[in-house]
Design a protein around this ligand. Structure first.
Ligand code: SF4
Length: 460
């Protein structure tokens, strides 16, 4: 799919029997945030235990007996896409090391923007790195810190790093959750019976029967141990920078992030798209399933149009498949989507998608819809044109590969062969997301306004 890829999911649990099995379920609910690798580290109060590998959560934890090797009442977990660091086995998280005070494991969602400079500095000082991931840097800084307790040492380490980081950390007897002062990535706290749960998105709580308490605040560190929950602030910033793309595409619609339900906000995007970018004489609205379903529903409701299922997505396409030797036009997209000719024939269709990256998939989908007999295809995008890459943990192609960085909207319309193409404006997008609690957003991929400056050598 021609979409930016979310980087990772983190999870943590404290004070509950079968913590590793519950972590598995949490990671299962967060699978959409990372599908290259998964891992769990658990603690029985004396030792840490780790199992991790490449593949989907269900591949890595295929054998029920795996959980017998992950004992204890606390655990952290991670689903991974690689942003900084390649997708090799050694980079799979949680990372587990032994420090002078004992074992410590870390799971990281986000991307550090001063990684290369700091890593070179530490290497010159004699540090040896085992992975190419920026998350190991946090452990290296922790190992060099002088503080007298876990909290002091972690604060010393995270004060050195810049960028996006939502972290879960596990020692023998403490679970830690940390969110960067800008709050780029979501991280929320929940409760189940006498235990605590921390997750990238609240949809993980629902599967576990845990209840949502609140978001971990930007610049906040939570430490959970046998005495309970301790909160401290380690830094403040003069602005917040919640990733607005979480509402557009990354987060699941059944999650609550940045103080609002994703479903509600995504519907508002559809409403604004219908109000500001209507299509005269359209017969109905269809979505690019599944990520655009909610915005398309919002468009249909506000535009007074029916919502139809015009594209069917095959959910069973594996990550590898054999391409036919005789090249078939649009093979990849046909494997994933089919158009419903009985719905589309002779109709004027509004096709809602959440974003355009290169435009290559959308061009093929418009072609499929036309070949199924649609008379007109009008494309409406529930976000502004993406003109800039993300350096805060989302996997985008380079600026040159982004359709909107080198083409006008008319040229993109031409390229995807739509009858018309319109996007939400940055102002419309910002008006749809919650602001009632002082929320501020990163919109850099749309506007070029990067909340934390990124040096050239960190732009990869
Ligand atoms: Fe999110 Fe875009 Fe900002 Fe990256 S650049 S954090 S994807 S809004």
């Amino acid at each position: 799919m021609d979409k930016p890829r979310p980087d990772c999911a983190v999870f943590g649990i404290w004070g509950l029997p079968e913590a590793s099995t519950l972590t598995y379920l949490g990671l299962y609910a967060l699978q959409h945030r990372g599908q290259e690798a998964a891992g769990i580290v658990s603690s029985d109060g004396r030792k840490l235990f780790r199992h991790a590998g490449r593949g989907l959560v269900s591949d890595v934890f295929r054998d029920r007996r795996t959980f017998e090797s992950l004992p204890g009442m606390s655990a952290i977990g991670h689903n991974r896409y690689s942003t900084t660091g390649s997708s090799t086995e050694v980079n799979v998280q949680p990372l587990l090391v032994i420090d002078r005070t004992g074992p410590i494991a870390i799971a990281h969602n986000g991307n550090l923007v001063n990684f290369r400079g700091l890593r070179s500095f530490l290497e010159e000082e004699g540090s040896i790195f085992r992975t190419s991931s920026d998350s190991e840097l946090i452990l290296q800084l922790f190992a060099r810190s002088y503080g007298s307790n876990l909290a002091g040492r972690l604060i010393e380490a995270v004060k050195m790093i810049e960028g996006a980081y939502s972290l879960t950390i596990l020692t023998r007897n403490q679970l830690v959750a940390i969110r960067d002062p800008f709050g780029f990535r979501p991280l929320c706290l929940g409760r189940k019976a006498d235990g605590f749960v921390v997750a990238s998105e609240s949809c993980a709580f629902d599967l576990l029967g845990a209840s949502y308490i609140r978001d971990v605040e930007p610049g906040e560190m939570l430490i959970i141990d046998e005495k309970g929950l301790h909160s401290s602030r380690f830094a403040d910033s003069n602005r917040r920078a919640y990733c607005i793309f979480e509402f557009v595409y990354f987060s699941r619609p059944d999650s609550r992030v940045f103080g609002d339900n994703v479903d509600k906000t995504r519907r508002r995007l559809g409403h604004l798209l219908a109000e500001g970018h209507p299509v005269d004489g359209a017969d109905f609205v269809i979505s690019v399933p599944d990520s655009s379903n909610t915005a398309a529903l919002g468009y249909a409701h506000r535009g007074g149009l029916d919502f139809e299922i015009g594209l069917i997505r095959n959910h069973y396409v594996g990550r590898t498949f054999i391409e036919p030797e005789q090249p078939m036009r649009d093979f990849g997209v046909k494997l994933k989507f089919n158009a419903v000719a009985g719905v589309l024939r002779d109709k004027r269709v509004v096709l809602v998608d959440d974003s355009i990256v290169r435009g290559t998939t959308l061009k093929k989908l418009v072609g499929l819809i036309r070949r199924a007999g649609a008379k007109e295809v009008h494309v409406r995008i529930s976000s502004p044109p993406i003109q800039n890459p993300c350096y805060y943990g989302m996997d985008f192609p380079t600026k040159d590969e982004l359709a909107a960085s080198r083409k006008t909207i008319e040229q993109i319309e031409d390229f995807i062969q739509a009858d018309s193409l319109e996007y939400l404006t940055p102002g419309e997008l910002l008006s749809a997301v919650p602001h009632d609690n002082g929320q501020e957003y990163c919109t850099a991929c749309f506007t070029g306004d990067y909340p934390i400056p990124v040096d050239d050598d960190e732009r990869t």
